[in-house]
Design a binder for this molecule. Structure first.
Ligand code: UDP
Length: 482
C-alpha cells in the first residue's frame, strides 16, 4: 500500500493507437481525482508515445518494463504501435504475451492497489490475482459492440442461418447483420484462427476479472448498458467519453489537448474561412490502409460533389521535390482543381480539434470506437464506412440505433474482387450528398447535437460518467483499505 494513503492504480496499455489513446485518457482521469496515484506500465519504445499524451502537470508515473524481444526471437520494434499497424498482427500478439513476466516484476516492485489492463492482455488477470489485487478490463468499445459480440459468440447465428442476413439473437432492438460484417475471429472460427483463440481467452479472463471500464456514457446506449449488466452479468463502470473529460480539464487549465502544433493551427485557420456545417471530414483511423485505387474513387467523389472537405490519408508528407503527378493515389491536378475547397492531410491529423469545429458538418468514418465516440461527443453526423473488427457493430449503433449516420453501402457499390475491390465514387458521392446537402442530414445533425449535450452533462460533476468513476474509486479504496 501507498504510505501516503492514496489509491494506487496501475495501467497497462495495449500498443495500438486506438487502444493506447483512450486508456491514457483513463489514466489522466484517475490522476485528476483526489487521493489517486496513477502509474502507466509500458516499454521503452512506447514510453515517448505515452508521455506525449500526458500534460506535464499531470501526476502520472511511468514504470518501464523490458520487452524481451531477443529471447523470443521477434524484432525489437515489434513492441510498438507502428508495428501493429504495419506488420503481421499474429506476431504482434505473440510479442504482447511476452510482457507477462516483466509485468509481474513491475507489480512486485510498485505494489499497486489495482490493475487496469487492456482486454488484449487476458493473462494479466492472473498477474493481478498473484498480487491479490483486482484487475479491471478495458475493451476500447462501447456497450452496443460489447453486447453484440457476446450474443454472436454465444449463439453463432451465422452458423444456423443460410440466409444472407440475420437478426442478432437476444440483443435488444432487432439488429440485422450479414455474415460478412462479423469480425474475422467470429467468421473464421472453425479454421483454428489464432484470433478466435485470443477472443476465447479474453472472455475467460473477463470472468476472472473484477469488472470492466467502458468508454461510453449511459445516456448514449441505456438499453445496451442495462443488457450488459443485467442479462450478460458484467460488473462495469461507464466513465466516458474519456477524450472529452480530459480535453475539458485541459482547456480549463489553459492547455490545448493532444494534437496542438503547426498543423492544428493551419487546420483551424482553414476551417475559420468556411461556413458552419459545410465541411466534411474524412478519416479512417490509425490502421485502415486503402489501396490507391480506392483513394482515387474517394477523390473523384469529392470533386464531383463539389463541397468542402478535409481528407486524411495515411501517406508520408510530400517532400518539396515531389509533385502531385508523382503521387499515384491522387488524380493528376486534383489538388489544384480543389485548392479552394479541400485540404488533404498526409499522415496524422489533429482529429478532435478538426471534428469539434463548427464548420465541420459531417464525418466519413471507419467507425473505430474512438472516432465514433469522438464524433458523437462533438455532435457530428456521419457517413459510416466500416472496414474490419467490431466497426460494423459500431456502424449499426450509429445508423440503426442512434439515427445520426447513414452507411456508404459498400455491398451495393463495390466493384472488382479481392485486392482490386473498391467502393465506387458514385456510391460515396451519393452518401456524402445525402448527409451534407439533404434534409435527412440536417435531421441527423440535430440528433447528434442532442447527444453532444448529453455527453457533456455525463462528464460534469453529478453526471453519470463522473459519478461512475467516483463510485469505482470509492469501491477500490474500500477494498484496499486506503
Ligand atoms: N486519430 C487522430 N488522427 C488521425 C487518425 C486517428 O487523432 O489522423 C485518432 C482518433 O482521434 C482516435 C484514434 O486515433 O482517437 C483512432 O481510434 P479508432 O478507434 O477510431 O480507430 P483505429 O485506429 O483503432 O482503427
Amino acid at each position: 500500500d501507498d504510505p501516503t494513503g492514496n489509491l494506487h492504480v496501475a495501467i497497462l496499455p495495449f500498443m495500438a493507437h486506438g487502444h493506447m489513446i483512450p486508456i491514457i485518457d483513463i489514466a489522466k482521469l484517475f490522476a485528476s481525482r483526489r487521493g489517486v496515484k496513477t502509474t502507466i506500465i509500458t516499454t521503452r519504445l512506447n514510453a515517448p508515445l505515452v508521455s506525449k499524451q500526458i500534460p506535464t502537470t499531470a501526476e502520472i508515473h511511468i514504470e518501464l518494463i523490458r520487452f524481451p524481444a531477443a529471447e523470443a526471437g521477434v524484432p525489437e520494434e515489434s513492441e510498438t504501435a507502428d508495428f501493429f499497424s504495419s506488420t503481421a498482427q499474429k506476431m504482434f500478439f505473440h510479442a504482447a504475451a511476452l510482457l507477462r513476466r516483466p509485468l509481474d516484476a513491475a507489480l512486485a516492485k510498485i505494489r499497486p492497489d489495482c490493475l487496469v489492463s487492456d482486454a488484449f492482455f487476458p493473462w494479466s488477470a492472473e498477474s493481478a490475482g498473484k498480487f491479490g489485487i483486482p484487475r479491471l478490463v478495458f475493451h476500447g468499445t462501447g456497450y452496443f459492440a460489447l453486447c453484440t459480440a457476446v450474443c454472436i459468440r454465444v449463439h453463432k447465428p451465422h452458423k444456423n442461418s443460410d440466409s444472407e442476413s440475420f437478426v442478432v439473437p437476444c440483443l435488444p432492438g432487432k439488429i440485422e447483420l450479414t455474415p460478412s460484417q462479423l469480425p474475422e475471429s467470429a467468421r473464421k472460427e472453425e479454421e483454428g484462427n489464432p484470433f478466435t483463440e485470443l477472443v476465447r481467452e479474453m472472455a475467460e479472463s473477463e470472468g476472472k476479472s473484477y469488472g470492466v471500464i467502458v468508454n461510453s456514457f449511459r445516456e448514449l446506449e441505456p438499453n445496451y448498458a442495462d443488457f450488459y449488466r443485467d442479462e450478460l452479468g458484467r460488473r462495469n463502470w461507464a466513465i466516458g467519453p474519456v477524450s472529452l473529460s480530459n480535453r475539458r480539464s485541459e482547456e480549463k487549465a489553459g492547455r490545448g489537448g493532444r494534437g496542438t502544433g503547426e498543423s492544428s493551427s493551419d487546420c483551424l485557420k482553414w476551417l475559420e474561412s468556411k461556413e458552419p456545417d459545410s465541411v466534411i471530414y474524412i478519416c479512417f483511423g490509425s490502421l485502415a490502409d486503402f489501396a490507391d485505387s480506392q483513394l482515387k474513387e474517394i477523390a473523384a467523389a469529392l470533386e464531383s460533389w463539389g463541397g468542402s472537405f478535409i481528407w486524411v490519408v495515411r501517406k508520408d508528407p510530400r517532400t518539396e521535390s515531389e509533385s502531385e503527378s508523382e503521387e499515384e493515389w491522387l488524380p493528376v491536378g486534383f489538388e489544384d482543381r480543389t485548392a479552394e475547397k479541400g485540404l488533404i492531410i498526409r499522415g496524422w491529423a489533429p482529429q478532435i480539434l478538426i471534428l469539434d469545429h463548427e464548420a465541420v458538418g459531417g464525418f466519413v468514418t471507419h467507425c473505430g470506437w474512438n472516432s465514433t465516440l469522438e464524433g458523437i461527443t462533438v455532435g457530428k453526423a456521419m457517413v459510416t464506412w466500416p472496414v474490419a473488427a467490431e466497426q460494423f457493430y459500431n456502424e449499426k449503433l450509429v445508423t440503426a440505433v442512434l439515427g445520426i449516420g447513414l452507411p456508404v453501402e459498400a455491398e451495393k457499390w463495390v466493384r472488382g474482387t479481392g485486392d482490386d475491390e473498391v467502393i465506387m465514387a458514385e456510391g460515396i458521392e451519393i452518401a456524402v450528398r445525402r448527409l451534407m446537402d439533404g434534409d435527412e442530414g440536417k435531421e441527423m445533425r440535430r440528433k447528434a447535437k442532442e447527444l453532444r449535450e448529453m455527453a457533456r452533462m455525463a462528464i460534469e460533476e453529478g453526471g453519470s460518467s463522473h459519478s461512475s468513476l467516483s463510485d469505482l474509486i470509492d469501491e477500490l479504496k474500500q477494498r484496499s483499505h486506503v
